[in-house]
Design a protein around this ligand. Structure first.
Ligand code: AMP
Length: 477
């Protein structure tokens, strides 16, 4: 699939003209705590109701669950599992290690403040003070076709990250952009890079992303921004047949977009020529590190000539990231966009369950009419798959997305969810990284997330589009 070499004239799937958008600024309640390969031409938070503490089970580290060759390499082994399991009747979730600190683990137990999952008085959806961009898209000196494409997409003003970072990229500086998904970061690095590629067609940009979904999404954004510009790209991601990717790489590519493991593989085999790469972009670098791609990333950056430009985008900063930046970027300019506190404007609550009725509690909720488009998060690939099947058996239209599914299966599940053919998408954290679906009515944490940051990321799936949904977290009674 996706093996066609689409020519510039080919109309893409993005002909739909979205409504006009403009990015709004940081919300008042910014108190985020804790927290195909394809070869294509492109053309107030409420007072906590409870302060009870939930103790995470401390499961023993287990290796595995890494989808070899897929974008989903992260193994949760080094993190504690939230019990990992789902089982009908709900018994297994906290049975490993015991839910009340029965953890056989030798490590200290992590506690989780349940009140963090509750916010019954969300901040208003509309922010009081939208971000006021200092530039228009015309101010950056972009090729007129780029400005036209942006306008055609219904994008009127630069978002904060775009406003503050694009001129540095235009000037050829290395950049560190601290911005999370949904801030317009993709266009922030694509627009100047596209411009430079139009001026110097010999340029080649390598974009690394943590997951195949994100790689594909970046390519889709690239296509939307480059209609009829005769720019070519190949997506190189794991979990998919490598042959068509190799074929794609034999031809001219202005952009190579991929996951680190597969890109490294293709470099090793000589299909990607490091000497040809003029720009390296790391998208969601923190996620890539979470997923264990550090060695691939370092190797790739060492392979590519040092006179390249390097753009580094990450939602968070850590010591490891600082180290990478220090080692591989030249006097970078850092632009940090304060995170919108989406958590503050999402209604959050917990669902207390007894072990014997966890699944039934889920089904009862899903049968309510307001649960129109729901993402249910589970801890493990197999439990997510099983849960999805049992939901179907219980008469709920559901599908699953996790790293053990083929790329095609994941895309189909996502598409069914987006189009409303299925009501419920059961997902692992990693598989959900690249999901951008508007108007998700509910996010349900059937299994607890590993960290508060993962929690925020999960519930942010309802923070898209015009309506903000609700987040519900299952905690043992
Ligand atoms: P991202 O943060 O890159 O995942 O972008 C999220 C969404 O915002 C994408 O669908 C973009 O097409 C869209 N977008 C990018 N820039 C802007 C902008 N300046 N105004 C409104 N929407 C934008």
């Amino acid at each position: 699939m996706h093996s066609s070499d689409s020519r510039p004239t080919r109309s893409t799937a993005f002909s739909k003209r979205p409504s006009r958008r403009s990015f709004s600024s940081s919300r008042p309640h910014s108190e985020r705590s804790g927290a195909t390969h394809t070869r294509s031409a492109h053309g107030t938070t409420s007072a906590p109701r409870t302060s009870s503490r939930f103790i995470y089970p401390d499961s023993a580290p287990t290796r595995g669950h890494s989808a070899s060759g897929s974008g989903e390499r992260r193994s949760y082994s080094s993190h504690r599992s939230s019990g990992g399991g789902y089982s009908r009747g709900g018994g297994s979730s906290f049975s490993r290690g015991g839910r009340q600190g029965g953890g056989r683990g030798r490590r200290p137990q992590q506690t989780f403040d349940v009140s963090k999952f509750i916010n019954l008085n969300p901040a208003p959806l509309t922010p009081d003070s939208p971000y006021e961009a200092k530039h228009t898209f015309k101010d950056f000196g972009f090729d007129a076709r780029i400005v036209a494409a942006v306008t055609d997409m219904g994008i009127e003003t630069p978002s904060a990250i775009q406003d503050q970072v694009m001129h540095h990229i235009m000037e050829g500086k290395d950049v560190v952009g601290l911005a999370q998904t949904g801030t317009g970061k993709t266009a922030a690095f694509l627009l100047p890079t596209i411009h430079k590629t139009l001026r110097q067609p010999g340029r080649q940009t390598l974009i690394l992303t943590p997951t195949r979904e994100l790689a594909i999404q970046v390519e889709q954004e690239l296509r939307r921004l480059t209609p009829k510009m005769h720019l070519y790209s190949t997506v190189c991601v794991g979990g998919m047949n490598i042959r068509p990717q190799i074929m794609g790489l034999r031809r001219k590519n202005h952009f190579i977009i991929g996951t680190p493991g597969r890109v490294q593989d293709l470099l090793d085999r000589g299909h990607i020529k490091p000497g040809a790469i003029t720009t390296v972009i790391l998208d969601e670098a923190d996620r890539m590190l979470d997923m264990g791609f550090i060695h691939d990333i370092k190797k790739i950056l060492k392979d590519v000539p040092t006179e390249r430009e390097t753009l580094f985008f990450s939602a968070t900063m850590s010591k490891t990231i600082e180290g990478l930046i220090h080692e591989f970027l030249r006097e970078p300019v850092t632009v940090s966009i304060k995170k919108n506190d989406i958590t503050g404007s999402i209604t959050q609550d917990v669902i207390r369950y007894e072990h014997h009725n966890k699944f039934d509690t889920l089904v009862t909720n899903l049968k309510k009419s307001e649960f129109s488009r729901v993402i249910v998060f589970g801890a493990m690939k197999h439990s997510v798959e099983k849960l999805s099947q049992e939901l179907v058996a219980a008469g709920i239209k559901a599908d699953a997305i996790h790293g053990n599914k083929s790329h095609g299966q994941r895309q189909r599940a996502l598409s069914s969810f987006k189009t409303g053919r299925v009501q419920v998408l059961v997902a692992t954290d990693v598989a959900a990284r690249g999901i951008h679906v508007d108007d998700v009515s509910h996010v349900i944490n059937y299994d607890l997330p590993n960290t508060y940051e993962d929690y925020v990321h999960r519930i942010g799936r309802t923070g898209r589009g015009s309506k903000r949904g609700q987040a519900l977290t299952f905690v043992p009674a």
